[in-house]
Design a protein around this ligand. Structure first.
Ligand SMILES: Cc1ncc(COP(=O)(O)O)c(C=O)c1O
Length: 460
């Protein structure tokens, strides 16, 4: 085993631009709609909660956006991240596939999320805001934003999905260490939270509920911006530093190209961050299979229709065109808390609709089996979210072997699982539950979007 395992770049190789895929997409993107009028959303719908610098990026027609100096400087704390060739995993599988993973768990918060938290805090500070409000599922996003607020001197309020707040006290302490104020959601601090608590005092919470709380917080305070950790165009754009670095590293590893690119999808940001630069190549003619992996307990891409829906349960956000399970869908309390979201990024949803990517759903038991195989071969203990991508990669390697081809497979290891030991414990003791999601429950949840405007020309 004397061949290289890690492919490393120096700090001067940190990308200078983010990639905006929107101008490359086939067809005109559908606009977000105002929650008040149902007409295309204008600045009035966004300026109360987002700084102008981010709104400009959200609607930008430019294929590339320069990364500001202070953001690149903060990226130096952990970027460029390593690309690994998973030689030990390949050996343990006995596969002919060459498996690579981009490891985002080396960031201070332990995942890809600081790649967008840092620019979001930067643009809010630049716009004179003093405070950021946000939601968090697994706690990865909240800790990333807490860290970014520290870097740029902002206060941070985090509404943390209650089931994760209870499962992951160490994530809360991490956020508090970086100065954030963290409450379990639904909380008594907002109208949205109080309403849900009145209707269901035992509510486990969901990302949709926590987003309502954070948006309401930001909309009712002049000094506060709202920050979203996924879904929006500008978030996916910030994450493209992952794919851009990976392309350079794959070349360093001597590969002409990659056959299969894989990421897990909650809202779509780590998947988009790795995949969008490769999607651009695919649109230009490259032959690449691009696979999005999601939980069977929250099967947004594989079972949800493409429709206009709210990003939150309280119907406060603009309506966005996306694959959705309905804004009041509350996913079962699986351990991959960061994948418990009813919708998916409009860009990712559109790519699926256009056939440029594929999606697959996995149960949590099969995902943890894949995580164990990976941890025992490669030593890194992966986040349960990222382990969906590992499961996708193991399946892809098997398919390649069965078809007699030798493929290069790249997946995003979006975070480590050091705060997920309770989930590993449940798996190791045979206590992990798989949730069948009955079609009737999906149909019930989808009733919430029946009366909303429909995307023109879409039949899916
Ligand atoms: C490690 C990790 N991976 C993936 C995700 C899913 O988010 P996204 O789809 O935006 O990458 C999360 C969300 O919290 C996460 O913590």
């Amino acid at each position: 085993m004397s061949e290289p395992t890690k492919f490393l770049l120096t700090e001067d190789a940190i990308p200078t631009h983010w990639i905006n895929l929107v101008p490359d997409l086939p067809g005109e993107p559908l606009p977000p709609l105002s929650p008040r009028t149902g007409e295309p959303a204008g600045p009035d719908d966004l300026t109360p909660i987002f700084p102008m610098g981010l709104i400009a990026q959200e609607v930008s027609p430019e294929p590339e956006i320069p990364i500001p100096g202070p953001v690149r400087d903060a990226y130096r704390l952990w970027r460029p991240t390593p690309l690994y060739r998973a030689r030990r995993l390949e050996e343990s599988l006995g596969t002919k596939a060459r498996i690579f993973y981009k490891y985002e768990g080396v960031s201070p918060a332990g995942s890809h999320k600081p790649n967008t938290a840092v620019p979001q805090a930067f643009y809010s500070a630049k716009a004179g805001r003093k405070r950021l409000a946000t939601e968090t599922g697994a706690g990865q996003w909240g800790s990333s934003l807490a860290l970014a607020c520290q870097v740029f001197g902002l206060e941070c309020k985090v509404y943390m999905v209650r089931v994760s707040y209870e499962q992951k006290p160490y994530r809360r302490i991490m956020m508090e260490t970086w100065g954030a104020d963290v409450v379990p959601s639904p909380s008594p601090d907002t109208n949205a939270g109080r309403q849900i608590r009145d209707a269901d005092p035992e509510s486990p919470g969901s990302l949709g509920i926590a987003i309502s709380e954070a948006v309401e917080d930001a909309a009712t305070r002049e000094d506060t911006s709202y920050s979203l950790g996924s879904v929006l165009n500008h978030v996916l754009m910030h994450q493209t530093v992952i794919g851009q670095e990976a392309q350079k590293q794959v070349a360093l590893a001597g590969e002409d190209g990659i056959d299969v690119v894989i990421g897990c999808v909650g809202g779509g940001s780590n998947f988009g961050g790795l995949a969008l630069p490769f999607v651009r190549d695919k649109i230009a003619g490259a032959d690449i299979e691009i696979l999005a992996c999601e939980p069977a307990a929250c099967p947004t891409l594989t079972r949800g229709p493409f429709a206009y829906d709210f990003g939150d349960t309280g119907r406060l956000t603009p309506l966005v065109p996306m694959h959705t399970l309905g804004h009041d869908f509350v996913p079962p309390g699986i351990h991959a808390g960061g994948l418990r979201y009813h919708g998916a990024a409009p860009i990712v949803s559109q790519l699926l609709l256009d056939g440029l990517i594929r999606a697959e759903a996995f149960t949590q038991t099969e995902v943890f089996e894949a995580a164990m195989t990976f941890a025992r071969a490669e030593a890194i203990i992966p986040a349960p979210e990222s382990s969906h991508a590992i499961k996708g990669a193991l399946d892809a390697a098997r398919r390649a072997d069965e078809s007699g081809t030798s493929q290069a497979i790249l997946f995003n290891l979006s975070g480590h699982g050091h705060f997920d030991m309770a989930a590993y414990d449940a798996y190791l003791h045979g206590e992990l539950e798989d949730y069948e999601l009955p079609e009737a429950e999906i149909q019930r949840a989808l009733r919430a979007i029946e009366s909303l405007p429909k995307p023109a020309g879409v039949t899916a």
